[in-house]
Write a protein that binds this ligand. Sequence first.
Ligand code: KG4
Ligand code: ZN
Length: 347
Amino acid sequence: MRILGIESSCDETSAAVVSGHSSHPKLESLVILSQDVHSVFGGVVPEIASREHLTAIVPVTERALADAGTTLADIDAIAVTHAPGLVGALLVGVSYAKALGAAAGKPVIGVHHMEGHLFATALEHPDATPPFTALLVSGGHTLLLDVADWGEYRLLGRTRDDAAGEAFDKAAKLLGLPYPGGRHLEALARDGEPKRHRFTKPMLNAGQKLGDADYYDVSFSGLKTAVLLATQQAADLNAEKAHIARGFQDALIGTLVAKTIRGARAHKRKRIVLGGGVACNSALVQAMREEAAKIGATVFAPTPRLATDNAAMIAAAGLFRRERGERSGAHLNAFSTLQMPGLKSAD
Ligand code: KG4
Ligand code: ZN
């Protein structure tokens, strides 16, 4: 089977072709056009994002098909992100996919963006398949999942306020770094002393027990406030910046790693799969690997182009859904928030 994937949920216009079977998906092509314009505004401006998608979506898709050496006629189905995200941005992808599907007589499958992030790593690591514990950390979401099988997701924990990427971006802003600040903060933290700012690891303490509401959940707003106070109290902020970045990153990573290991331990999983833009953070991946080794688990992380938003992961998730015979009708719509298909709350 050969799937054309389309992604336009935020500020990346992307198209990709993925073939094969969902247990061994093969990436044929991937085109990602990032909208740099938002850095001027310090955040994504929804209206501008929609307009940029409109300009880019046709050439990006045509390029992805050409790079894969194929045409729409040889595509079996079109997978498109339809939620969650910016509605105006999503609508560009959804409308275009539906138009292509109608014109070429191909089925269209609406894909949940976070299910896409879950499939990204499998495109590069054949062993990143269920069962596993998943930590999805992006600009808009932070989800800790137990994945018994593709399509069978148990929600262990989530953020109660800011997403991990959002926390990185806000802390980066306080440190005067450009948007999106995650990777800039990571670079700055490399020069920071680890013990100069010992920020408390948020929502983590030894007294938490399995079944407690805060055992798996995370929260980053307090950590953000701690960074704000540190910047205000610094005698020479320029000299202190790297140390504050390091303290912030260590605390945030400490919580994410501890909670993910709790999930893997409780469900006896030997594989941990990371996804979302924050999975680009090599300090996070390294810390996760060190702790996972202690429980005999292996960590799989996608390379940056598959960790951040891309259409290959949407095509891979679409491939799985199409194999199950799924297709969306002409009523397929875009939603800013939507429960992930197959997601059950922890009991
Ligand atoms: O998954 P993604 O591309 O978009 C969403 O679905 O939100 O994630 C973007 C987020 C941004 O918040 C960005 O700052 C963060 O991922 N990010 C990083 C790094 N690279 C990207 N955060 C920490 N360290 C990085 N190296
Ligand atoms: Zn994303």
